[in-house]
Design a protein around this ligand. Structure first.
Ligand code: ASP
Ligand code: MG
Length: 412
């Protein structure tokens, strides 16, 4: 007997039929003798609908009130699923985040979970009930409703799994797991049966959209295995992806996956003085404007000046550029330029730790296709390059082939 937390995303609960199908699945897991806690998202499209509604009434409404509205989506689903379970004679009880309670900080629209009271849930489980919890929401110390940011139900599920010391956190979605890259770009992308939490963390931070990054951070920190699976396949033993501890991975490969991200823009300030304190003068006003910086590259100085390049989210490009123009003037820089038609492609794999030459193989493959690399950054298990956006598909396809990923195993 195991304690399992299952999370069902928006498409998995997108209609009365889908909700009934989820109830059937939950009941099957329960009848196999498991304790089951279920986290649900809002029905698909609902969070967008609520957002549009708010924008129509007052696009500048306070984040507190926006969270009050946004949290209703999940509240509908928990009640409906509980009723669907009752209809198939499976006792269940639903809770909002505040009822559990899932305590968060008060950063509306991007709150972080601080504490979860697991006692009421445990009591219900002991009484033989399925416990259904609204994803994506919590309450702060004062009892204000908060939400965790888009995709936040994944984080609720993992945090609950950690708090309850669950055996596994199952994330049900509309795909049957994690693929070597996005199959819409590379049709030969292959299904990954298992990968390391650390690899998933890099993939999510480099643009893979399968799991919310905060959820993976949580799972990585607490060693909580996540299984990604499709709620559209009624076979409980269908294909899935297990994201788990590195030592539990069966297959050793050099490159596990290729992630990409088109949401970045590049800014360069050239001819700035090569002396202490310049980097902070450039980046401080950017961070004061709450703009997050991803990659940073500074050249070796020559003739007492240097060039400084960094990337930001594309949505922040115009604002960042404006700020940089101001900085450029005060630093007496030669030039300030930028480009928002760039993309970042990353190869990820724990196997890189023990294999030399992964980066050079990547660079050669891109060179052979005539793709210019603008920026490079690496970690122990990742190599990222920034290239022109128009080459993104070509680069991803090329790397997928060069690292022999279609077969499911990577070249060594
Ligand atoms: N309903 C929220 C969203 O659409 C949270 C979630 O689905 O995870 O982002
Ligand atoms: Mg989601």
């Amino acid at each position: 007997m195991a304690l399992i937390v299952q999370k069902y995303g928006g498409t998995s609960v997108g209609s009365p039929e889908r909700i009934k199908a989820v109830a059937e699945r939950v009941k099957r897991w329960k009848e196999k003798g498991n304790d089951v806690v279920v986290v649900v998202s809002a029905m698909s499209g609902e969070t967008n609908r609520l957002t549009a509604l708010m924008d129509e009434v007052n696009a500048n409404g306070s984040n507190r009130e926006r969270d009050v509205v946004l949290a209703t989506g999940e509240q509908v689903t928990i009640g409906l699923l509980s009723m669907a379970l009752a209809a198939v004679d499976c006792p269940a009880i639903s809770y909002t985040g505040g009822q559990v309670k899932i305590l968060t900080d008060n950063a509306y629209s991007k709150a972080r979970i601080q504490e979860i009271d697991d006692k009421p849930i445990k009591k219900d489980l002991q009484a033989g009930k399925v416990v259904i919890v609204a994803g994506f929401q919590g309450v702060d110390e004062q009892g204000n409703i908060t939400t965790l940011g888009r995709g936040g139900s994944d984080t609720t599920a993992v945090a609950l799994a950690v708090a309850l010391k669950a055996d596994e956190c199952q994330i049900y979605t509309d795909v049957d797991g994690v693929y070597t890259t996005d199959p819409r770009v590379v049709p030969e992308a292959s299904h990954i049966p298992s990968l390391a939490l650390e690899e998933m963390l890099e993939m999510a931070s480099q643009g893979s959209k399968v799991l919310q990054i905060r959820a993976v951070e949580f799972a990585y920190k607490y060693d909580m295995p996540i299984r990604v699976l499709s709620s559209f396949d009624d076979d409980d033993n269908a294909k899935s992806t297990l994201v788990t501890r590195e030592e539990d991975i069966m297959e050793k490969v050099m490159v596990r996956g290729i992630a990409f991200n088109r949401d970045e823009a590049q800014l360069t300030i050239s001819g700035v003085p090569d002396k202490p304190g310049v980097a902070i003068k450039i980046l401080e006003p950017i961070s004061d404007a709450n703009i997050e910086v991803d990659m940073i590259v500074q050249n070796i100085g020559s003739d007492k000046t240097t060039d400084f390049t960094f990337t930001v989210h594309r949505n922040d490009y115009q604002q960042a550029k404006q700020i940089l123009e101001g900085v450029s003037e005060s630093l007496n820089a030669r030039e300030c330029s930028g480009d928002d038609r760039i993309a970042k492609v990353s190869i990820v794999g724990v196997g890189m730790r023990s294999h030399a030459g992964v980066a050079s193989k990547m660079f050669k493959a891109l060179a052979d296709e005539g793709i210019n690399i603008r920026m490079i950054s690496t970690s122990e298990i990742k190599v990222s390059v920034v290239i022109d956006e128009k080459y993104l598909e070509l680069a991803t396809r090329t790397l997928h082939e060069v690292f022999d990923m279609a077969s499911g195993t990577s070249a060594t």
